[in-house]
Design a protein around this ligand. Sequence first.
Ligand code: SF4
Length: 412
Amino acid sequence: MISGNLREKTMDTKAFKRSLQHSENYHRKGFGHQAEVATQLQSEYQSNLIQEIRNNNYILQRGNVTIQLAEAFGFCWGVERAVAMAYETRKHFPSERIWMTNEIIHNPSVNQRMVEMEVGFIPVEGGKKDFSVVEPGDVVILPAFGASVQEMQLLNEKGCKIVDTTCPWVSKVWNTVEKHKKVDYTSIIHGKYKHEETVATSSFAGKYLIVLNMEQAEYVVNYILNGGNREEFLAKFSKACSAGFDPDKDLERVGIANQTTMLKSETEQIGKLFERTMMKKYDPSELNQHFQSFNTICDATQERQDAMLGLVEQKLDLMIVIGGFNSSNTTQLQQIAVERQIPSYHIDSEMRILSGNRIEHRELNGNLKITENWLPDGEIVVGITSGASTPDKVVEDVIDKILQLKATAVVV
Ligand code: SF4
């Protein structure tokens, strides 16, 4: 059994990755079934209605409802690539046992399809993954947001066939933290310490500290400039730093990295804050000896955030943000609507739209809430977007449900 948070630091992670990539049991490209799989994916996840709305300048007008879609939403190429590779894996290994170390992406309908294809998830007991179910010769798929180096090592030692669907943008961040490690800089990772991507990224880092937001970043820079209560610092980041982290020594040289799905503007602000802090603490001419910044945010996240920022500028009666409840980039989109004080509902499928004009949705704090009378009477403009793990088909189902409800309301 291995903990998802297990972080050994003795391993030469770079050398391990290099040797793994040369192993015949390691696959990170498809298996030549692309055309077949593309047809299957098209029928299961694509939507003619959504394509029609895209072609119509992202607007759909039906009765007293105007649907305004964001100009970028839904499946990003990294997710499409990972899902396609998982389908190809099933075709290529029709009789082998296939496992996934985590959900392939953060979307319930896609993960349900994996289960139907008899792709199993590594069981989790008491917060720990139980890899004892995996036997030599089994196939194990690593998801789009990657897996920790310790998990890869364990699966390699077990003699599994590893299909690595890690998005190249995520690998890029791993390269960044490897670079920090090489020059003995501490990686300041803007992310959520429990998120699988950040768990994986930190497994490749040397010294690291994970900050969730500006508030935590400000706490850290204040410590850098003015010192502070060491015990309080260590307690605050007990789950979010490398083993043996010493805030009095390990914050002298820092580099920035991020979970690729965090709000880009916030990552940039955090980067600037550390840059200014290092200039203040040391001579500006020495900045390069104390600070390294890399732009590791992926284009897809940025495009969806920009499109959302454009959408909320329009006159909307409400917003629907569609995506898995554990999808970080979907939560970031929801945050934008909440900041603009637009009534906004984060749902993961049309099933959350309940009878009696009620909707069950996830709030920013993670709680599920049922709101009554959420769909206003009369003419309405509904803004809709979806996270990078959400198939168009799910968006279509939500739109259909809204149109049905409004049509029924008119008749009544
Ligand atoms: S959101 Fe970006 S990093 Fe994540 S899978 Fe998509 S393209 Fe890759």
